[in-house]
Write a protein that binds this ligand. Structure first.
Ligand SMILES: Cc1cc2nc3c(=O)[nH]c(=O)nc-3n(C[C@H](O)[C@H](O)[C@H](O)COP(=O)(O)OP(=O)(O)OC[C@H]3O[C@@H](n4cnc5c(N)ncnc54)[C@H](O)[C@@H]3O)c2cc1C
Length: 423
């Protein structure tokens, strides 16, 4: 798939780069140390109109395109991975409302998020339900005009800072396919509180907390989409669309670390010459650059597929997520190597890229799970491919074709793991 950036895409890049260079980069180390929400940076992001990028124009936004979102996340992450996610998590929280909210819900919640007046969080994971998100325990029991939400969510990014929380909970414990619904919980609702605040390896500028629901009374008009039982589907639709954003966070971290390595290796002298003149250092730089470029264009392709309304974006979203975030970890680690001992010290920005990059391999579906999702899609595709290719592959391995005795395994049949679909 060819991807060419449009003038509109480039405009978003310009806007984000300005905020990244003027506000984010100078403050990145401060908030990494403090591990406090950087309200001054959030204000600069909102004032620049960047929060409008992931909200459709009908609801106060300016773009609504996933490719534009990725470009903004990449630019912010190039200066600070923590700020990249501080921004992107609002897209993650908003996405369920964008893709599945009722018209009334979209009009009620999205404009304030687009203006940057309200922040939003996404509450899916629990202590005992990570990759197996469908195994959640938080419940929402119908009670007259309300739902009573009870349980705990783990690792809610933006928790405490956010005003709105998209919360996934069990509404029908007996149902296999329609067990879960999403509800929109608002700050200040009685029984809703913030639990443990996590002390993290990276992305320290943005809070990650436990969110606690003790019989929170949520009116039924806050049930996402108005129909119960569709929560898991809505979560998966959201993650298909948000994963390019996490991948873009990886691309931004990798690009930022590469740029530091380019400059440093030309400045640092050993054996009477710049270390950039040594072929093994050059190999590191070249490998890093190749990985960043390959990751960037795969991410843009996956984002463009979502924007074009392609019916099945899961495979491309998963490929982009694990490839770009693995590239981010490799590139940021090599960048530390290029810096030698200075790379290991907190006095300089380079080690932070490595710490910030690590989380991208874990959240919004671990890279192991993304590989599994992509592989299943590939196996399903073999059904159509076999019509074209069967006659070219060894017949002796195709049991049942030669002697007609054994049944031919159906191409495209995917060995299913037990339990619900991993995210
Ligand atoms: C900093 C941070 C921020 C987060 N923000 C949010 C947020 O805002 N909202 C939210 O809902 N969640 C959030 N999460 C949760 C995150 O999405 C989960 O951590 C992630 O999905 C993995 O779940 P887990 O940690 O329970 O790991 P587990 O599921 O226990 O996985 C542990 C290991 O087992 C592997 N594994 C598990 N199942 C399989 C399988 N079937 N096949 C192969 N390997 C497997 C995994 O790949 C991993 O290597 C956040 C997490 C962190 C650390």
């Amino acid at each position: 798939m060819a991807v060419q950036l449009s003038p509109e895409n480039l405009k978003w890049r310009e806007r984000a780069r300005k905020v990244a260079e003027e506000v984010v980069r100078p403050l990145a180390a401060k908030y990494d140390r403090l591990q406090e929400y950087p309200w001054e940076i959030k204000k600069a992001i909102a004032d620049a109109g960047l929060m409008k990028v992931f909200i459709p124009p009908e609801y106060g936004g300016e773009s609504g395109s996933i490719l534009d979102l990725c470009i903004v996340v990449e630019e912010l992450s190039r200066a600070c991975g923590g700020i990249g996610v501080l921004f992107a998590v609002n897209a993650l929280g908003s996405m369920p409302i964008v893709v599945a909210g009722t018209e009334e819900q979209k009009k009620r919640f999205l404009p304030a998020i687009a203006r940057g007046e309200k922040l939003i969080a996404f509450c899916l994971s629990e202590k005992f339900a990570g990759s197996d998100a469908g195994g959640m325990h938080t419940s929402a029991a119908a009670d007259g005009p309300d739902y009573l939400v009870t349980g705990e969510k783990k690792w809610t990014t933006n928790g405490g800072a956010a005003d709105i929380y998209t919360v996934f909970a069990v509404t029908d414990p007996e149902s296999k396919s329609r067990r879960i619904s999403a509800l929109i919980v608002e700050k200040g609702m009685k029984g809703f509180s913030i639990g443990k605040v996590e002390d993290k390896m990276g992305i320290r500028a943005v809070p990650v907390v436990e969110t606690v629901f003790e019989g929170v009374r949520v009116p039924k008009e806050n049930l996402l989409g108005g129909t119960p039982g569709l929560g898991f589907k809505h979560a998966m639709m959201t993650l298909d669309r948000s994963r390019p954003g996490v991948a873009a966070q990886g691309v931004g971290c990798a690009q930022g670390a590469l740029e530091f390595a380019q400059v440093y290796t030309c400045r640092r002298q050993q054996f009477g010459q710049a270390i950039s003149s040594f072929q093994m250092v050059q190999q590191m730089l070249a490998d890093m650059a190749a990985k960043v470029e390959a990751a960037r264009w795969l991410v843009y392709a996956s984002a463009s597929a979502v924007d074009s309304g392609a019916p099945d974006v899961t495979k491309l979203s998963s490929l982009g997520k694990f490839f770009a975030t693995d590239a981010a970890m490799e590139v940021t680690t090599l960048a530390v190597q290029c810096f030698g001992g200075y790379g290991y010290m907190r006095d300089y920005p380079i080690e932070k890229y490595m710490r910030d990059a690590k989380i991208t391999q874990i959240y919004e579906g671990t890279n192991q799970v993304q590989r599994m999702v992509a592989a299943r899609a590939l196996i399903r595709e073999s059904n159509a491919l076999s019509l074209l290719l069967d006659k070219y592959i060894p017949r002796e391995v195709q049991r049942g074709v030669n002697d007609g005795t054994a049944p031919l395994p159906a191409p495209g049949s995917v060995p299913e793991a037990t339990g619900s679909r991993p995210r």
